[in-house]
Structure formats: C-alpha cells, structure tokens
Ligand binder design. Structure first.
Ligand SMILES: [Zn+2]
Length: 385
C-alpha cells in the first residue's frame, strides 16, 4: 500500500473497532478518577495500564505519593533503531469527585457517549490505545519511538507530574496532546493562552470616617483606583485579559478601611505579553500618599504560541485530507500541559483527543462516530512526523 493511502488504510482498520473502543471507554469512565483522591485514581490507573499491557506495549507505573500514579508506555519500532521520539500526552484524572458516576452514569444514546470524564479526556486515551493497535496491524514502518504518558493531576495544575512529562518532552521531537478538541467539527487547539493568578493587597490606615477622616488612608479607594488602571491593560485583540475575579476589604461603613485585596486572573496569547503583564503588575505604585501595595503571583502556565504548532497542524491537515476530512484549528483561552511542553521549545499539537462537548459539566459527552477517525488521525501522525 502506498504512503498516500495510509490514513485511509488506518481508518479502515479502526472503523470496525468502534464497539471495542466504546467498551474500553466504559471501563475507563466507570472507574472514577478524581485528581484529589489517590486511591480511586490509582484504581483507574490500574485499569488503563491493564488495557495497554494487553496491547503488548511496555507499561511502567511511576509511583506518586499524593496523586494517582503516572503511566509511561513505550513502543519502539520492531527492526530498525528509532530515529527519535514522539510523545503522546494526556491525563486520566477528572474534576468529578467519587460518587458523581452514580448520579450521571456512563450511557450511550443518540450517537453520544455521556459520563464524567468521557470528553476530558478518557476517550482520548482510548483513541490512543486503538491508534497503537492500528499501528501494530499496518505494515507501514514506524520510525520513531513512541512514548504515551498518562498523568493524574492535570486538572489541578500538574504540580506533581510536570517534571516527568517535561523530561519526556525534552527527549521528543514533537508532543501530541490528547485534550478534547473544540466544537462539533473537532477543531485542533493550535494556540492556548497562558494563564496566571495574581493577588494585589492594599495597605492603608484605619480611622474614624466622621471624626478623623484626614488621618485615614482608604485602602478600598486605593484598590479601586488601581483596578481602574489595570483594567486598561486588557487587549482582547492581542489576547490579553486581566480579570479581577475576587475583591474584599473593609469592616464597617464608618471605618476608613486599612486593607483591601483583589485576586486577578491573567491571560496572554504571547510570551512577550505575559512578561510585560507581570512586569507592569510589579511596577504598580500607590496613587495615594501613604498607601502601600503588595503584589504576588504571576503566570502558572505560559502561552502555547501558534508558531509551536503550525508545522504539525499542517501535517495533520494534510493527513486528514487523505481521509476526506477537513481539519480546522482554533485558539482557546484555557491552558493544558501542552503549554508547558511548547514553552520548552518542543513542537506541540493539542486538542487531538475526543470530539464532543460539555467538559466539566453534567452534559459532558463525546460523539462516538468520531472515535475511529480521531484514532486514525493520531496513528497517521505517529507514522508521519
Ligand atoms: Zn483535560
């Protein structure tokens, strides 16, 4: 079979596997895996490991103290020495605590599979598993070593897993992130905003609002003035937003408040904007004499800039065309672990996972007919990058 028809061949292998894919998804989803419940997450880790082991892959379980264990799965070319490495990255933890499944059981209805964690992102792990199966069936030679890394704390900031997937990404030529795609067309996420959080505390001086107003320094007025300034830093066209999401301060109306505090959500599409936002925050100076500002925090996840995914997306689009599929792309405001790998300078393509909707909600579901196609697209990429 010629190279040109490879994606079609992979799709042909995967389409009849849909019932097995759904059965696997059911197993993964019915083993709940909240990020914050290690025992439950570990059980799910075991279930996922078992399926990958059955597939003949080499599975390592990386023990974690606080969070669920990580799974590192490797698959190398049979005969030749690998000429590099590709990393497929995802997480099996969900935002739902144990017991959610009892209220919202896994169910398939009207071409959709519902359940906590279906879309974000257990179906992505299923698709990767069947992509590997198709790779083992096709005669097309695999050139690179494949590493699949399934983490357990993405939904809570990836603090424990970050060093593992960053080390793996550094050894890789490209990273494919199986986070959900966007919208019913399954758009890939070729740019993601960097995300951060900062706290601004104003220290003023308390005084009686009626008897000694001249002795007070109103921390709330100062904070309001600062926020009016900060608000102007948002630039929607450039993808920069600052959102004061929490504000507090004061005690009584007749007391000039000595303390006020705001917590800001920070987002930026470009690294340069991220750096200048952080610098501007720390350069803030009080508007009222005697007031004092305390600024802390900053960006947790740097932006995934579109230049880090452009070449991979072009390849994906071309391969999808060979399956008679039009593949689109989009920019999203939320971060993923792809933000970290792109920031290391490793080409990263995100949103390769399930097609569906309702992540982190009771409507969460995937479109089941897209599973073989997405698996075929991933398999084709793993053979062609
Ligand atoms: Zn996710």
């Amino acid at each position: 079979m010629s190279d040109k028809n490879l994606p079609e061949e992979l799709l042909g292998l995967l389409k009849p596997r849909l019932p097995q894919m759904l059965a696997t998804l059911r197993r993964f989803v019915t083993t709940e895996s909240p990020s914050l419940e290690k025992a439950a997450a570990d059980r799910c880790c075991g279930v996922i490991a078992e399926d990958w082991r059955k597939q003949g892959a080499r599975v390592e379980r990386i023990r974690q103290k606080q969070r669920g264990d990580l799974l590192r799965i490797t698959h190398a070319p049979d005969k030749s020495r690998p000429s590099g490495q590709l990393l497929v990255l995802g997480h099996y933890d969900t935002v739902y605590s144990t017991g959610t499944l009892a209220r919202r059981p896994f169910r398939v209805k009207g071409g959709k599979a519902y359940g906590p964690g279906t879309f974000d992102m257990k179906a992505g792990i299923v698709q990767a598993l069947f992509a590997l199966q198709a790779l083992q069936q096709t005669k097309a030679p695999l050139r690179k070593r494949l590493v699949f890394l399934w983490t357990s704390d993405e939904e809570i900031g990836s603090e424990a897993s970050r060093k593992f997937f960053e080390a793996e990404a550094r050894r890789s030529d490209a990273v494919f992130v199986l986070e959900p795609s966007f919208g019913p067309q399954g758009l890939l996420k070729t740019a993601r905003k960097g995300v951060g959080e900062a706290e601004l505390i104003v220290h003023g001086r308390a005084s009686h609002a009626g008897l000694a107003p001249q002795e007070g320094i109103n921390a709330i007025h100062e904070l309001a003035g600062q926020l009016t300034r900060i608000e102007k830093w948002s630039d929607l066209r450039r993808g920069v937003t600052v959102n004061a999401g929490i504000i507090e301060g004061g005690t009584r109306t007749n007391v000039i408040p000595e303390r006020a505090r705001a917590v800001l959500d920070l987002r930026a599409l470009h690294v340069s904007d991220m750096l200048s936002l952080e610098a501007r925050l720390h350069e803030l100076r009080p508007l009222q004499p005697g007031a004092r500002l305390e600024v802390s925090g900053g960006f947790d996840r740097p932006p995934l800039e579109s230049k880090m995914s452009a070449t991979l997306f072009e390849r994906a689009r071309m391969l999808a065309n060979q399956m008679n599929l039009t593949l689109g792309e989009c920019t999203v405001g939320g971060g993923s672990d792809g933000n970290f790998t792109a920031a290391l300078g490793i080409p990263t393509l995100d949103g390769l996972g399930a097609v569906g909707d309702g992540a982190h909600s009771s409507r969460e579901h995937i479109l089941i007919n897209t599973m073989p196609t997405r698996a075929a697209l991933l398999a084709a990429l793993l053979l062609n990058v």
